[in-house]
Design a protein around this ligand. Structure first.
Ligand code: ADE
Length: 414
């Protein structure tokens, strides 16, 4: 039985899922194939992902491919209750609701892992961490899992290095068709969607400070420029900092940037990157938000300690009053693109979720042959997803002649 907020919301959720389905051609192609071949027949699949329409559609595809699917949300503010209701009405077991407290969030995770999965899809590592801490007796039935995001992979690699990872985990985030598009163009667009929906303010002419210049940070900075902002990048990695400079951004320490920024976006994956000393340096009206997986990048505790008053001034906007100064925090410092908007565009998640579904197939096809480690998805699978996307977009490309293939595989000059 599902644990959802309100089953009567299902029609609204169905409408959202129907819309994204029309814009996810690669996943549709896999769905057509899997409906025939039923590759997950008899298997239980547990999913922990941002529970919005694209995720729901993928869960339906896996369910229609023969699996018994149980799903929870990977963030208390990203679950959409209407989508959850629609999915539950369609035979997927859902344990999630919007605005879950920490205890409720953990309970939803527990209910999901208690479905005794053979296959797991995780986003951020919470489900796999729970399996390896409180549910070790279930590990023997798990064929493997797939991890969606950078933060989850950092956790998994730490587990593997400590010898504590007991199942094969596919690093979906490391596939080219994931990070090049989802992290860069997906985050680049959806973060601005979230900021603009939350604030309804102009971006042109503002100074935007992007903290972290990984693939997500690159996308956020790129789109900020397109919207007419001046961009400052703050980085700790010298190579990325050089890259940020050559991409046309200003680069400086965050303490210095704090004084001139109008909008601050954390995408570093690290904790407490913006804290007391930065808040003290900020201008009146500075807007802060986070696009990293966890709400640990902006030190909310210090912000609250410094504030004489905290007021909700709009949906997803809280003003922290520090003496005469107002600092606005969006979406409680949680992922602004999912808490204040709908996450990445459907055409982008089409690639990421095609890779997820392909990862489950790969794990199942290679049952017993894979190591309990963090594993790459074979390049051929990545390439197949890219080819399907090109086909769906109506774009043809050239191929190498056999003479060219021969040239590229020999070391002698002719
Ligand atoms: N929608 C579902 N999962 C998502 C993710 N990890 N990032 C952005 N949008 C999403």
């Amino acid at each position: 039985m599902s644990t959802i907020r309100d089953g009567s919301l299902a029609p609204g959720g169905k409408q959202k899922i129907d819309w994204v389905r029309e814009h996810m051609p690669v996943l549709n192609e896999l769905a057509r194939e899997f409906r025939e071949t039923k590759p997950f027949s008899g298997l239980r699949v547990a999913i922990c992902l941002h529970l919005e329409a694209k995720t729901a559609y993928m869960a339906k595809v896996i369910s229609e491919s023969g699996a018994d699917v149980t799903i929870t949300g990977s963030n208390p503010l990203s679950t959409q209750d209407d989508v959850a209701a629609s999915l539950a009405a369609d035979g997927v077991t859902v344990h999630s609701w919007y605005g879950a407290s920490d205890d409720e969030y953990r309970e939803h995770l527990r209910l999901t892992i208690e479905s005794r999965p053979h296959l797991i899809i995780d986003d951020g590592g919470d489900l796999v961490a729970l399996l390896h801490s409180s549910y070790t007796h279930l590990i023997k039935d798990v064929i493997g899992g797939a991890e969606e995001t950078t933060t989850g992979l950092i956790r998994l690699r730490a587990m593997a290095a400590a010898g504590e990872l007991k199942i094969p985990m596919i690093a979906v985030n490391d596939a080219y068709c994931k990070f090049l598009f989802d992290n860069r163009y997906g985050t680049g667009q959806s973060v601005w969607d979230g900021i603009m929906r939350a604030t309804n303010l102009v971006i042109a002419g503002k100074t935007v400070v992007v903290v972290g210049y990984g693939w997500c940070g690159k996308g956020v900075a790129l789109r900020a420029k397109g919207l007419g902002a001046r961009v400052i990048v703050c980085e700790v990695d010298p190579v990325r900092a050089v890259e940020a400079v050559m991409d046309g951004n200003s680069v400086m320490p965050l303490l210095q940037a704090a004084a001139s920024g109008d909008i601050f976006i954390t995408v570093s994956g690290c904790n407490s990157v913006i804290g007391r000393e930065h808040f003290l340096n900020m201008k009146d009206g500075a807007i802060l938000c986070n696009a990293g997986h966890f709400d640990i990048e902006i030190n909310k505790k210090e912000l609250a300690q410094m504030a004489g008053e905290i007021r909700t001034v709009r949906r997803n906007v809280e003003a922290y009053i520090i003496e005469e100064k107002r600092i606005y925090l969006l979406a409680e410092g949680r992922l602004v693109n999912l808490a204040a908007a709908d996450g990445h565009p459907a055409e982008i998640m089409d690639l990421s979720f095609a890779l997820q579904v392909e990862s489950l197939r790969y794990l199942n096809d290679n049952y017993g042959k894979l190591q309990s480690d963090v594993l790459s998805l074979p390049a051929a699978v990545d390439e197949r997803v890219a080819r399907r996307k090109l086909f769906a977009m109506g774009i043809a490309i050239d191929s190498l002649s056999s003479a060219q293939q021969c040239y590229l595989s020999s070391w002698k000059q002719e």
